[in-house]
Ligand binder design. Sequence first.
Ligand code: GLC
Ligand code: CA
Length: 567
Amino acid sequence: MNPKWWKESIAYQIYPISFMDSNGDGKGDLRGVLSKLDYLQDLGVDVIWICPIYKSPNHDNGYDISDYCDIMKEFGTMDDFDLLLREMHTRGMKLMMDLVLNHTSHEHPWFVESRSSKDNPKRDYYIWKKGKNGGPPNNWESYFSGSVWELDPRTDEYYLHLYSRFQPDLNWENPAVIDKLHEMVQWWLKKGVDGFRFDAIAHIVKAEGYPDALNPGGTPTVRAYDMFSNLEHVHTLLQNLHDQVLYYYDIMTVGETSGLGPEQALDYVGDGRRELNMTFQFEHMNLDAASPGSGKWDVVPWKLTDLKKIISNWQTVLHDRGWNANYLCNHDQPRSVSRFGNDLYYRIPSAKMLATFIHMLEGTPYIYQGEEIGMTNVAFESIDDYRDVETLNYYEEKRTAGVPEADIMAAIHTKSRDNARTPMQWDDGEDGGFTTGVPWIRVNSNSREINVANAVKDPDSIYNYYKKLIQLRKQHQVIVYGEYGLLLEEHPEIYAYTRTLEDQRLLVILNFYEHDPVFELPEEFQAAEKLELLVSNYPAAKEDDLRSLKLRPYEARVYLQHLSGKA
Ligand code: GLC
Ligand code: CA
């Protein structure tokens, strides 16, 4: 089973601008994070993934870096950073940095030089092309709407940006760029950081010759996706990064790799590949998109049987060959309880059920800030209350196309990235205790009810349930390393699976809906007295008959069984 600390860890993601504001300017910062380390330690967090904190003009909240070796002034100073890292290490926690290697900010000195003239030595740090037939070099579309090409009048050439036009893509065909990036990664490692989440890493290589994509009329995912995602040469570049830099440190690495299944993911994370420890996959994040070609905004109800198919496939293919990163939410996705649970009538039980689902799978579980207290989506009435560049671009594009306001806002309410970016709700005071100033984005109006202070003192809270799940992981190796097996494959409402390690077997039973289906224990488990209930989101009666168990809305139960019969 090849034990590793990062397999046994729990990761917690911090989106710093929305986590905790220490100085009243309305934006979260490093001192704010520092003030909450004890809270995170109490929860049981091992690794903190912090979203970008580098110097940035913030067109995409730090994912547009203008200096890799400096701290964003809104977040504090390098001294604050050093202190934070020290204080984390003192508490036995590790820090995973979020590193954007696919692109920089347009304000990065490299780009400022690059765009200044065609013969500037830094010209080739980015991807410049001449236009074609009076338009851009090809038909690729950006993730954030419109063409990936931006015409720069100064030299009358286009530069490529897969994301916003303030995020020009670096040219990984240029060895000088690679050297600089390697040097910078090493610089952070020498400082003592414990790992990296590599942003958009699947896209650092683009199709040779930059040909037009097929499928015009689709969205980026279909239209140009193949042209810049998971191309073969990415692996050579990652292997070089690994062999020349990462290999020398005991760190944890995770890549953001959309558009692949588990077989392809093995190219990144397979044992012996010398690339990454794990990747974030997106198949389950696309379950509620109308069609792969329609993009994220066109929402349909998702099916539990599809979720089972996807997750089971990842669990099975990667077992003993790679490692999973399991999540239901991050800073780019809607809130998990609003999307996969029921935030209206069953917020607490459904949030606990979803937590059980993620924490009992094989792979490293990721908690996104606020998920541990069941924070929900927001529905601001006016577009003026939204801040996210993707959301604002989408709104503009649809308005221009004549789509009714109500339809656009409905899509934004379900899918906007700002759902996950409203400030962390710490207490029932004004603005959820996040800031004493004016928050950079409005706080969810439910902060008086849903907040950390309430959650910590309530023994039945979602927070205390998470704590329990995390403790169980530390107590039972089978939760970390056990082999996954799916039960009741076709059941439309119950997701049940097992995890087996030597003579230990877990049985996980999850009701994903508000109905009360009956769970029937498969034949092989019927020695019922050997099943020990580890955790449940409802009080479980001792006399429950597991051979035929009526589940309550969103009920979750985890049992441990000793196969040899010995307790
Ligand atoms: C990743 C990040 C997202 C960002 C984008 C561009 O997808 O998670 O927040 O906008 O990369 O860096
Ligand atoms: Ca601040």
